[in-house]
Design a protein around this ligand. Structure first.
Ligand code: PGA
Length: 250
């Protein structure tokens, strides 16, 4: 049985007080009977505090990035062992903003994924096409290429440690959500590629979540699709009630 997952990517938003307030608010509203795995991803400076605040709750805290090297002269970077030492064991890799603004290419992303998996991190690996590829009907090719260049170079996939996030770039932060049918079409395509590469057991058990302007009003229909196992939520995760409403939409 694959897991239902909702993760809030807070990106570069909120100071310490706002972060802790938001965590308290999410904690107070979350239904503790949920069998959905819930993640929040505040910025690096607040991860330690977030871990402490979420201890004993169902909320998992995840990092927004990781460096592929063990340690050393990499100014401004954060290693897996640093994250582990404060209790973080999951990370978002390959977000389109990292690819676009920080030039993270597929080969770097593969190194990051390998490093994170080797340290037993759970990895949210993001893929997605831009608007031109969508309009030119090239989106299946792009997604296939992104997978071939990255995680498909991993010999064995552990479904407990890898989650694919399909995030069409044209839907991120734009208010344009993929329709439930568009999401389903792509998720089932990705699942088919996983099946061809790793077999049906892995493909059936790997969670594929959708991201891109998910709102409480759109979440239920998107999450209702067979191959959509949850969401990676940006803007709407910054409002506790919206985030909880999305979690409750699964
Ligand atoms: P959005 O962001 O929900 O604000 O579109 C999603 C994401 O970037 O993961």
């Amino acid at each position: 049985m694959r897991k239902k997952i909702v993760a809030g990517n807070w990106k570069m938003n909120n100071d310490l007080t706002m972060t802790t307030d938001l965590i308290e608010s999410v904690k107070s509203k979350l239904n503790f009977n949920t069998d959905t795995q819930v993640f929040i991803s505040p910025s690096f400076p607040f991860l330690h505090e977030a871990i402490k605040k979420c201890k004993g709750t169902l909320i998992n805290v995840t990092a927004q990035n990781i460096n592929e090297n063990e340690s050393g002269a990499y100014t401004g970077e954060v290693s897996s062992s640093m994250l582990k030492s404060i209790g973080i064991n999951s990370v978002i890799i390959g977000h389109s903003e990292r690819r676009q603004y920080f030039n993270e290419c597929d080969s770097t992303l593969l190194k990051k994924v390998n490093k994170a998996l080797s340290e037993n991190f759970k990895v949210f690996f993001c893929i997605g096409e831009n608007i031109d590829d969508r309009n030119n009907n090239n989106y299946f090719n792009i997604i296939k290429q992104q997978l071939n260049n990255t995680i498909f170079n991993i010999d064995k996939i552990d479904v407990n440690n890898l989650i694919i996030a399909y995030e069409p770039i044209w839907a991120i932060g734009t208010g344009l959500t993929a329709s439930p049918d568009q999401a389903q079409e792509m998720h089932s395509f990705i699942r088919k590629l996983i099946k061809d590469k790793y077999g049906s057991k892995i493909s059936k058990n790997l969670s594929i979540i959708y991201g891109g302007s998910v709102k409480p009003s759109s979440a239920r229909d998107i999450f209702g699709k067979t191959d959509v196992d949850g969401g990676l939520i940006g803007g709407a995760s910054l409002k506790a009630q919206d985030f909880i409403d999305i979690v409750n939409s699964i």
